[in-house]
Design a protein around this ligand. Structure first.
Ligand code: BGC
Length: 963
């Protein structure tokens, strides 16, 4: 089977265990057990008709209502074989035991009223910055027929089209189908494209320029491969749980680091004309139970996040993204406050579209849409991949059902027009109507086969039309424009040196004192993570940990065009006349039988790792989220053996860790032989070159930790633990620690981490002095009053004639493909019970007003400058970090609870030995405010002084000033 098809298959529900070679068709079996085996008795129309019951706080299974549910089960039961009953019995027992309450519990309604209603969806087209695009979009949308409009909102189905997500065109007006492709690390499933370092490595560079340039290169590759929409960057998960499976796709466990890196990535991608997608909005912090059925439960977990925490933590980077002009937002799988994110009106209509003034379109994560009309009313604009509640069935919740919903009057035409206009305006906003840049031909590669020839819609058994689907176009750039250059820079600057007892940098010529042309140093390289293993692409979607670790697994991973291993780069980097390098790419080298391989070394470099990924795959016993924070594959054992035995106890051991996040080092870091430790994160294709440059001092390390390295998982606090088992039929996860994750928690509880957030060593030293805070604008509690935006497009919102949506005569339908067409003009009409609160007119938020929220939030209220000097002997880069504290600052009546210090900005600068520079920061109103849950606005404390601290890590804050 083609490897990509394997990946696709596992997307459809096969949780695999590569280590044991076993396949656990978990979701499929449950799904089949629940479903009737007749295609026809689950008509997606049912979902729409029943949709009204599914008001925004209720999940889709709720929507059936008990009698319909029973009838359906009865129908199903009648057809069941004995075998099915056996499976059902097992499942009932499973639910009884695992869901801690039995089968009936699965119908338990989620807590109602935790997420208030917010209707109707604010119209797009209110920001001046989008005015032209909306005008052009309106001119096009006005001419579209109903099926054309529906086509634009609904994916064509899983594996229907060459990209991972595809929409239908509006042919008569010349609007193309759009191709959507992952993801944050590069272009997923593409050949001849770059495997960039992962987000977490980008975060570790703290280098704004690199963040932007990586985004730009990524965007260019997408454009040259015929993609319209990139499914990245990722800023959610934020990193609440250090073992979270997908933390590595984002930039680090802090909203400001995530926000700045995300915004710059978006700027880079969108400058290339590609629609960037900020994801996953919001609260998708763990993989376990993230999605309905994927984990055997009918409903996904609910992330219960309070208003202030949502604004100051999880929503913050999304606000930055909207401010940066991001044209698409992906809503997440799980529920937020017991309402599915993709059907949560408060989240999408209220926060995203009103308060943050988002002008682009909201797309669902793949199958994260759990209701039909309700999700459209709640603010969802595009259903991805278009299939309904099940993978690859083509039973869309929209498509023909959306056409019917418009025709029977349950979905206002105005909402459909807004959905379509948002998509079309985004297309214009990014200049995709420019034929010189976008040929409109769609992707020139296939996500589903490596062969030149293939079918366009492998999801349909009817498509047998072989076409050229892979043109193998090289998009990696060349010469000075090669994207490998930026990939290498990011990988290098993303390495964080956390311990160095005088051993680094090594010299390529070995010890400095000896004569030329004689071997004077022996270097042993150990660990499976140093070598190629079975090659970087051996497992689909990188779903296994073998060889050196360049990326985590899942939709965020890509095919490596090549992967320079640490061993090959180091063998090449040392002067062979003077340094003798040997390599043992195994975690169990033959130390017992050949002790000399350890004893004879002067320097031992050990490569170890820790992997994780997306929850639809399991590898090495890890189902997405890590099981713990330890180094994997007995890497710890290897480090201990090497550290004790290197050079017969006299050698120096250097530990290099490729990891998806923090690892616990307590078992080995204080062994005297361990002289240096480097967190090399997930470096992508240039791995070896990057680490060789740092170890040999070709590049001075300048990475800083984008997360805290604690001494134990417990140290991160109770909220930092993955919920591996359901605690209710609908698993509940309360984010009760609020603002206190990662370093904020360590600071609050006075816990000493092993290495703090923002920490990283250099081969030189820096001196900080002369902090000056200059107020630019006077303090005031609230931002300026909200001003109305420009008028959004207005349409004739008349319901069209049903015949407009009829399947055209002679049209050949592909099985399972999602079309917008209806087959009969007799449309069932009736009263539509709109969600509770639907009729209440909401007052626009005072925190809103334009893209990114109230423009005053982005005004500069103070500048901060600091002098920084390189006091060492070599050139180096320093990350100057600015943190803020509200110590003793009063709100209305009482003191505002605030973490000791929160990051608000950073700048990386390069200084030659002895050089001094002035580094400057702006502080915006939002930077200087907290979210006030009573006033529902950002409030700047005016009593007392806000403390501004500048330094080189979250715990090394050398200078303090006040505003
Ligand atoms: C992931 C998204 C991804 C989508 C398409 C989902 O499972 O959560 O991040 O963009 O698949 O591949």
């Amino acid at each position: 089977m083609d490897r990509r098809n394997e990946a696709a298959e596992s997307r459809e529900g096969l949780l695999r265990s590569y280590d044991k070679g076993e396949r656990t068709p978990m979701r499929m079996s449950l799904e089949n057990a629940y479903r009737s085996d007749s295609e026809s008795d689950i008509d997606a129309t049912d979902f729409l008709d029943r949709d009204p019951l599914n008001h925004q706080s209720q999940p889709a299974v709720q929507a059936y209502g008990p009698s319909i549910e029973l009838a359906r089960l009865r129908r199903s039961f009648a057809r069941r074989s004995k075998c099915f009953f056996a499976i059902l019995t097992i499942l009932i027992i499973f639910w009884t035991v695992v869901a801690g309450g039995g089968f009936f519990l699965y119908k338990v309604a989620p807590v109602d009223g935790m997420s208030p209603p917010w209707y109707p969806t604010p119209l797009g087209g209110t920001s001046l910055k989008w005015q032209d695009s909306y005008k052009k979009a309106q001119a096009l949308v006005e001419k579209m027929t109903l099926p054309e409009k529906v086509n634009i909102t609904t994916g064509t189905g899983w594996q229907m089209g060459l990209a991972v997500g595809n929409t239908g065109p509006a042919i008569h007006v010349g609007f193309p189908g759009l191709a959507l492709q992952d993801g944050p690390l590069g272009l997923r499933f593409a050949d001849n494209a770059t495997a960039f370092p992962a987000g977490i490595t980008v975060g570790a560079t703290w280098n704004k320029e690199l963040m932007y340039f990586r985004g730009k290169a990524h965007g260019m590759e997408a454009r040259l491969k015929g993609i319209n929409v990139l499914l990245g960057p990722c800023v959610g998960p934020l990193g609440r749980m250090p073992a979270g499976g997908r933390n590595w796709e984002g930039f680090g466990a802090d909203p400001v680091l995530q926000g700045i890196a995300g915004a710059l990535t978006i700027q880079g991608i969108q400058e290339e004309g590609i629609i960037a997608t900020i994801k996953h909005f919001v609260g998708n912090e763990q993989e376990h139970f993230r999605q309905s059925w994927e984990w055997g439960l009918p409903n996904a977990i609910s992330s219960n996040i309070d208003d202030r925490t949502l604004h100051e933590m999880y929503g913050w980077p999304f606000q930055d993204a909207v401010k940066a002009g991001v044209a698409s937002v992906m809503c997440s799988y799980q529920m937020l406050n017991n309402s599915y994110s993709c059907g949560n009106s408060k989240l999408l209509n209220g926060i995203l579209k009103d308060e943050l003034g988002f002008q682009g379109f909201v797309q669902s994560d793949w199958l994260a849409q759990r209701s039909g009309v309700a999700s459209a009313l709640a603010g969802l604009d595009m259903s991805m991949p278009g299939d309904g509640l099940w993978w690859g069935k083509g039973q869309s919740l929209w498509g023909p059902e959306l056409s019917k919903a418009v025709l029977n009057g349950s979905l206002p035409v105005s909402r459909l027009n807004d959905m379509v206009t948002r998509v079309v305006a985004s297309w214009y906003q990014l200049g995709q109507d420019d034929k010189s840049k976008f040929d409109g031909e769609g992707p020139n590669f296939s996500s589903w086969t490596n062969d030149k020839m293939g079918v366009i819609n492998p999801g349909s058994p009817d498509d047998r039309d072989q076409k050229v689907v892979n043109k193998f176009i090289n998009v990696q750039g060349s010469g000075d424009e090669a994207h490998s250059i930026i990939a290498r820079k990011v990988a290098t600057e993303g390495i964080v040196l956390v311990k160095n007892e005088g051993i680094l940098p090594l010299s390529k010529d070995g010890w400095p004192t000896s004569e030329n042309h004689e071997i004077n140093m022996r270097v042993g390289i150990f660990g499976e993570d140093s070598g190629a293993g079975r090659g970087p692409n051996v497992c689909p979607d990188r779903g296994c940990n073998q060889g050196t670790l360049g990326s985590g697994w899942g939709s965020g991973a890509v095919e490596f065009p090549y992967l320079i291993t640490p061993a090959e780069a180091l063998l090449d980097a040392f002067n062979k006349d003077r340094v003798y390098v040997t390599n043992f790419p195994s975690n169990d080298p033959p130390f017992k039988t050949t002790p000399v391989i350890l004893k004879q070394q002067d320097v031992c470099i050990v490569f170890v790792n820790a992997d994780s990924g997306e929850g639809y795959m399991a590898a090495d016993g890890i189902r997405g989220d890590r099981n713990d924070l330890y180094i994997q594959k007995d890497g710890e054992g290897l480090i201990v053996k090497v550290a004790l035995g290197c050079g017969d106890g006299q050698g120096s051991t250097i530990v290099v860790i490729h990891s998806v996040g923090p690892v616990i080092m307590e078992g080995w870091i204080d062994i005297p032989g361990v002289k240096a430790v480097l967190m090399a994160n997930l470096p992508g294709q240039e791995s070896g070159n990057a680490i060789a440059d740092i170890l040999l001092g070709v590049v001075n390390p300048s990475g800083k930790l984008p997360y805290t390295i604690g001494k134990s998982l417990e140290d991160y606090g109770p909220g930092a633990k993955i919920q591996y088992y359901p605690n209710a039929a609908i698993p509940q996860q309360n984010f009760s620690e609020g603002l206190y994750i990662d370093y904020r928690h360590f600071d609050k509880e006075g816990i000493e981490p092993r290495f703090e957030f923002g920490f990283g060593l250099s081969y030189t030293t820096f001196d900080y002095s002369n902090l000056v805070v200059s107020p630019v604008l006077p303090k005031s509690s609230l931002p300026a009053a909200r001003t109305p935006g420009i008028d959004p497009p207005q349409y004739d919102d008349k319901i069209p004639d049903a015949s407009e949506a009829l399947l055209p005569k002679g049209f050949r339908k592909l099985k399972k493909f999602v079309y917008p067409y209806i087959t009969s003009t007799s449309i069932k009409k009736g009263p539509y019970p709109y969600p509770e609160g639907y009729e209440i007119k909401q007052t626009p938020s005072e925190a809103g007003g334009d893209e990114g929220g109230n423009p005053d939030l982005w005004n500069n209220y103070a500048t901060v400058s600091v002098d920084i000097k390189n006091t060492g002997s070599v050139t180096g880069k320093e990350v100057v970090q600015l943190y803020l504290g509200f110590d003793g600052v009063k709100g209305e009546a009482k003191e505002i609870d605030f973490p000791r210090s929160v990051l608000r900005n950073f700048e990386k600068t390069e200084l030659e030995s002895g050089e001094k520079q002035v580094v400057e920061f702006n502080l915006t109103r939002r930077d200087l405010s907290y979210w006030d849950i009573v006033r529902q606005n950002w409030v700047m404390p005016t009593e007392g002084s806000i403390t501004i601290k500048v330094g080189s890590s979250s715990r090394d804050l050398k200078l303090t000033g006040w505003y």
